[in-house]
Design a protein around this ligand. Structure first.
Ligand code: HEM
Ligand code: MG
Length: 334
C-alpha cells in the first residue's frame, strides 16, 4: 500500500525556514524545473530532491514546513496533480517535463508527463508563464513579469497586493482572449488560475508581515524567476486552508467577474461554457476532475495500477473531508 499523506504541522506559525543546510543552488543540467515557482523554490533549496522528481508525501511535507500551506490545501493540490501528472505505481512525479526517471509508464491514454503537461492541471493565463499555444508553458517569461511590474506600479504603489492580483488576473484573461485562438478557461484551470493569483500573497510574503498581504517585487522576482527564498525568510504566520484561498478567489473574481469558457479556434471568440463548474460549484470541480480528467487517463486500469489509482483518489478526497466541503466521494474505480 502507498504511504498515507503526512498530517498537519504541530505548530503552524511563522518561523525562520532558511538555513545553511539548504542553500539556493541553481538547477544543474539534468535537474528538472517547471511552471510552479513555489515547488521550483523548494527543489532549488533542497527541501525537495534537487533533480525535480518527488513523491507526493515529500511535496506535502515541504510545502507545509517551508510555506505553511495548510494540510487540506497541500493534500488537495499535491494528489490532484499527482493523479494526472505522476506515476501512480512508483509514487513519483516530475515537477516539470516528462522523464523516464519516474519509472515505466502505464498504458496510454495515461500521460505521466509531469507538471508541464498542458490541460490536465497546468493551464492558460499563468501570471509569469506563457500559454501552451505560444510554445512554452513553464519557463519564466520576462515580458509577462514586466507586465506584472507595470501593474504593481499602477495599482499597488510598486508592490503586488490583492488589487494588483485582481487587475493582472483580468488583464491576462483579456490578453489570451485577444491572442490565443485555443484559449481555454474552464474547470479545473478556472479555479487554479484565480488561486495562483493569491499564492504570492499568502506564501511569498515574509511571516513577520503576513497580515500586510503585500509583496515586494524584488522578492517576487526571486521566487518567480530564480525559485529562490530571500535570505532569512520566515514562513507565513497563517496556515492557509482551502477555505482561506476560496475567500481570496471570491474577492478578486468580484472585481472583474468572468464566467468559465474559452475561444473557439479563433481569437476574440470567447464563449461561456455552461458545462464547466463555476466558482461556487467546488464539489463539481472535484467530481468532474475525477470523472472526466482522471477517468479519461485511466479508462480501464486493472491490478496494482487500479489499486494505486483508488488509493490516490482516497487521499485526494480526504482533503475535502478535512475541510468540510460537504462533497460526496466519487465511488472507487472498478
Ligand atoms: C502554479 C503545482 C504549491 C505557487 C503551479 C502550476 C502547477 C503547480 C502545476 C502551474 C499552473 C499554471 O500556472 O498553469 C503545485 C503543487 C503544489 C504547489 C502540486 C503542492 C502543494 C505551491 C506553493 C506555492 C505555489 C506552496 C507558493 C509558495 C504557485 C504560483 C503559481 C503556481 C504563484 C502560478 C505561477 C504563474 O502563474 O506564473 N503550481 N503548486 N505553488 N504555483 Fe504551485
Ligand atoms: Mg500555465
Amino acid at each position: 500500500a502507498l504511504p498515507s499523506p503526512p498530517g498537519p504541522l504541530d505548530n503552524p506559525r511563522a518561523k525562520l525556514v532558511t538555513d545553511p543546510a539548504n542553500p539556493w543552488i541553481a538547477p544543474g543540467e539534468n535537474d528538472i524545473r517547471g511552471p510552479c515557482p513555489g515547488i521550483n523554490t523548494l527543489a532549488n533549496h533542497g527541501f525537495l530532491p534537487r533533480n525535480g522528481i518527488a513523491s507526493p508525501s515529500q511535496i506535502v511535507t515541504a510545502v507545509q514546513e517551508i510555506f505553511n500551506m495548510a494540510n487540506d490545501l497541500a493534500v488537495f493540490l499535491t494528489y490532484g496533480v499527482h493523479l494526472v501528472d505522476g506515476n501512480l505505481l512508483t509514487d513519483l512525479v516530475s515537477i516539470g517535463g516528462k522523464t523516464p526517471a519516474t519509472g515505466p509508464d502505464p498504458p496510454s491514454p495515461a500521460i505521466v508527463g509531469g507538471f508541464n503537461t498542458h490541460a490536465v492541471f497546468e493551464g492558460d493565463v499563468s501570471t509569469t508563464r506563457g500559454d501552451a499555444f505560444f510554445g512554452d508553458n513553464h519557463s519564466f517569461n520576462e515580458t509577462l513579469f514586466d507586465e506584472l511590474t507595470a501593474f504593481s506600479d499602477k495599482f499597488g504603489g510598486g508592490a503586488y497586493n490583492l488589487t494588483v492580483a485582481a487587475e493582472i488576473r483580468f488583464q491576462r484573461i483579456q490578453d489570451s482572449i485577444a491572442t490565443n485562438p485555443n484559449f481555454s478557461f474552464i474547470s479545473p484551470r478556472y479555479f487554479t488560475a484565480y488561486a495562483e493569483s493569491i499564492f504570492p500573497l499568502t506564501f511569498f510574503v515574509d511571516g513577520r508581515e503576513t497580515d500586510s498581504l503585500t509583496l515586494n517585487m524584488t522578492v517576487a522576482r526571486g521566487f518567480f524567476q530564480d525559485g529562490r527564498l530571500p535570505d532569512d525568510f520566515f514562513r507565513s504566520n497563517i496556515s492557509w486552508t482551502l477555505n482561506d484561498i476560496g475567500g481570496g478567489i471570491g474577492e478578486i473574481f468580484a472585481k472583474h467577474p468572468i464566467q468559465p469558457g474559452g475561444n473557439n479556434g479563433t481569437v476574440n471568440s470567447y464563449t461561456v461554457d455552461p458545462n464547466s463548474a463555476n466558482l461556487n460549484e467546488f464539489c463539481q470541480l472535484y467530481t468532474d476532475f475525477v470523472n472526466i480528467t482522471i477517468r479519461g487517463l485511466y479508462p480501464n486500469a486493472t491490478g496494482p495500477l487500479l489499486e494505486a489509482l483508488n488509493q490516490n483518489l482516497d487521499f485526494f478526497f480526504s482533503a475535502l473531508s478535512e475541510s468540510n466541503q460537504g462533497c460526496t466521494q466519487v465511488p472507487a474505480f472498478v
